[in-house]
Design a protein. Structure first.
Length: 382
């Protein structure tokens, strides 16, 4: 028997059928007001889990960002987990009985390990989605598509329903519209507000109030600020101070290439291909376009970075990684060498901000950020 919340979730929200930007915003808000009874979500943390695939199955996607303050050493966390994965385990424990299920992926060893730990530790169905590290072959695409189908069957067992081809295409199109809307707001929002808007959309896309986000205009165009990029692992709740503190120190994060920022966004949807084969287009948008450095080869990560660093006039990179995270740590030396030569005659420095488990490293991190900004302020032509 389906729970009331599950039955309610099976009706696709009205905004998915809206036609214009204004209608997308209005339909979204309208649906939000009527959907309070739908409370249980399918939670996940990885950008390679397509929210629209979960929504098309009539369930609520939620890319949950764990809270940093809850992650204290000695809270029963296994050794060797990065702070983010550790927080996620705590988040899963907290959500027992409140979430329908959790989806983990295999993008790194830490998350694989979490997949092994989660189900016995937490009274919550857990699905592990295998994301191929290679991505340029038809085999990799087929594996990812098969994994999405397997996830679909899991969602149906939870009380969801298999979408028709047109329902899937429509859901994908509406999510694509909403993401374009959000990206279009970047120039009107402060770095923190933009990061918050992306996080809110990822956490509760079906509850995200696009109208409310669009009327916020918090940008402060201080011409004297040093344009910086923030690069690295996901930002947890409670760690957003980095955006404000960089502003305070005389910098400005004009490019957010964290996993919770622009790095984690799928590519734009091709409407013609969408009509022909919506699942294939979903695979293209996620597997081919998210330039995560875990992919092999990860040349697209550098193609993406080169375009955005140069395009936004970035003068320095804040490389924020979690201790124990091999994926990002392994990229640091190469990135430094690469950034030094990217713009002839203007090396782009990369400062390493390694974050531990407890979050007690704020002072040390800010010292490094301040040193970089002061150096750039004194660099002629920077
Ligand atoms: S921060 Fe690194 S180790 Fe931790 S979950 Fe993300 S990719 Fe994996």
């Amino acid at each position: 028997m389906l729970l009331k919340s599950q039955r309610a979730a099976q009706a696709l929200p009205a905004w998915l059928h809206a036609k214009s930007v204004a209608q997308v915003r209005a339909g979204w808000v309208d649906w939000t007001n009527r959907s309070a009874s739908v409370s249980q979500s399918v939670i996940y943390s990885c950008p390679f889990v397509p929210a629209e695939w979960v929504a098309a199955h009539g369930l609520r996607p939620c890319r949950a960002a764990p809270e940093r303050s809850a992650c204290l050493p000695g809270r029963g966390l296994p050794e060797g987990l990065c702070a983010f994965a550790g927080q996620w385990l705590l988040e899963l424990r907290r959500r027992q009985g409140r979430a329908l299920a959790a989806v983990l992926t295999t993008v790194c060893d830490q998350m694989r390990r979490l997949g092994d730990l989660a189900e016995p530790e937490c009274d919550l169905p857990v699905f592990v989605l295998h994301v191929p590290h290679t991505w340029q072959s038809p085999t990799a695409r087929r594996i990812y598509a098969d994994e999405l189908r397997r996830l679909g069957r899991f969602l149906v067992r939870l009380g969801g329903r298999e979408p028709s081809r047109s329902e899937l295409a429509d859901t994908i199109r509406r999510f694509d519209d909403a993401r374009r809307e959000l990206l279009g707001l970047r120039g009107n929002l402060s770095p923190r507000a933009f990061a918050q808007a992306l996080a809110d959309f990822a956490r509760e896309p079906l509850d995200c109030d696009l109208q409310a986000v669009s009327v916020k205009s918090t940008i402060d165009n201080r011409q004297s600020s040093i344009p910086l990029a923030l690069l690295g692992g996901p930002i947890m709740r409670g760690d957003e101070w980095i955006y404000d503190e960089v502003d305070e120190l005389g910098g400005r994060i004009v490019l957010d290439v964290t996993e919770t920022g622009e790095l984690g966004l799928p590519g734009p949807i091709d409407r013609r291909r969408l009509a022909e084969d919506p699942l294939e287009e979903l695979v293209t948008a996620y597997l081919d376009h998210i330039p995560h450095p875990f992919r092999r080869p990860n040349t697209e990560f550098y193609v993406f970075l080169a375009r955005e660093l140069v395009g936004r006039g970035v003068q320095g990179v804040l490389f924020r990684r979690y201790v124990w995270c091999d994926t990002w740590h392994g990229e640091l030396a190469r990135l430094r060498e690469w950034a030094e030569k990217l713009v002839p005659g203007r090396p782009i420095p990369v400062v390493d901000l390694d974050c531990g488990q407890s979050g007690g490293d704020r002072g040390r991190i800010l010292q490094r950020v301040q040193a970089m900004i002061e150096t750039l302020q004194q660099t002629p032509g920077a």
